[in-house]
Design a protein around this ligand. Sequence first.
Ligand code: TYM
Length: 329
Amino acid sequence: MKRMLSGIKPTGQLTLGNYIGALRNFVNYQDDYEMIVFIANLHCITEYQDPEDLRKNLTDAVALYLACGLDPNKATIFLQTDVHSHAELGYIMACNTYLGELNRMTQFKDKSQKGEKNMTAGLYTYPCLMAADILLYDANYVPVGEDQKQHVELTRDIAQRFNNKYGETFVIPEPLIAKVGARIMSLSDPSKKMSKSDETNKGCIYLLDDPKVARKKIMSAVTDSIGIIQLDKENQPGLYNLIEIASALSNRTMDDIVEQFKGEGYGKLKGYVADVVCEELEKIQSRYNEIMASHQIEEILLDGAKKASAIADKTLDEVKRKIGLEIKY
Ligand code: TYM
């Protein structure tokens, strides 16, 4: 069975973008792959997080993994800091990454071009830690949304470089990006990705949003004045995004949805998208409530960390041996 690994960084509450672009795919793949999924908590602290909020977001993220259908009997689920090898290999990966490569990472480039103040060294070297996350597990595939593709590609470059220098060590991973829903856009500004750090709070649907609030956000989503329901991503990006969301969640093709609403007003289509989204949110939230009440999270994480450490620590030992870091007593 091929191995698949991915993670989510809960710097805030998980979003519909996280669900459509990543989480729901983990669930679909868990029967056919050896699935390893973790909570990337070290990645959260590249920017200051209120400790109380962070703790809550981490717990909610695990509960949401389970509520969305990840099964701890099939997938290994753990918290990144419970497996110490991540941080250690992250440093080793940083020593095998060039500044030029990190300077080219879009996420860092965008932030520095915007003139963000107080950017941390952790934010800059974050892709090295992400490379470690993946390479520790000999993952064949990394299911992610479009925005993370560049990081997986850098991981491949680092792995290849390491293998050339020190001999075959790492499996070269491939990014796996879904055809529909790999980049869900903000509802209030369809030129931007739907993101946890949405300042207006109108463009982003959170998995724990009250369905009434989610419906309101969809009904007031920015569209266009063309007034025709069709698939024109360039000129009608807001409409395209809504149809893509509905398609991903209903398993209907985008063409099929367009066909149904051809000649109708945007309001009717939005109502349908809201129905599909709210139905999904209600399902997830009812399971989330059960999971939070059942107090099973701690046990699942402990068990996951044990399984993950067994794989990760072995890889790290091999890496240290190959580099010449250990002394034989
Ligand atoms: P993060 O936490 O930003 O996002 C988690 C996953 O959700 C996807 N995603 C989206 N997909 C579609 N539309 C959107 N609007 C949207 N927003 C987010 C992301 O592409 C991602 O797949 N660096 C990673 C976390 C990470 C990781 C890893 C992932 C750390 N180590 C190792 C894979 C393997 C991150 O910040 O994702």
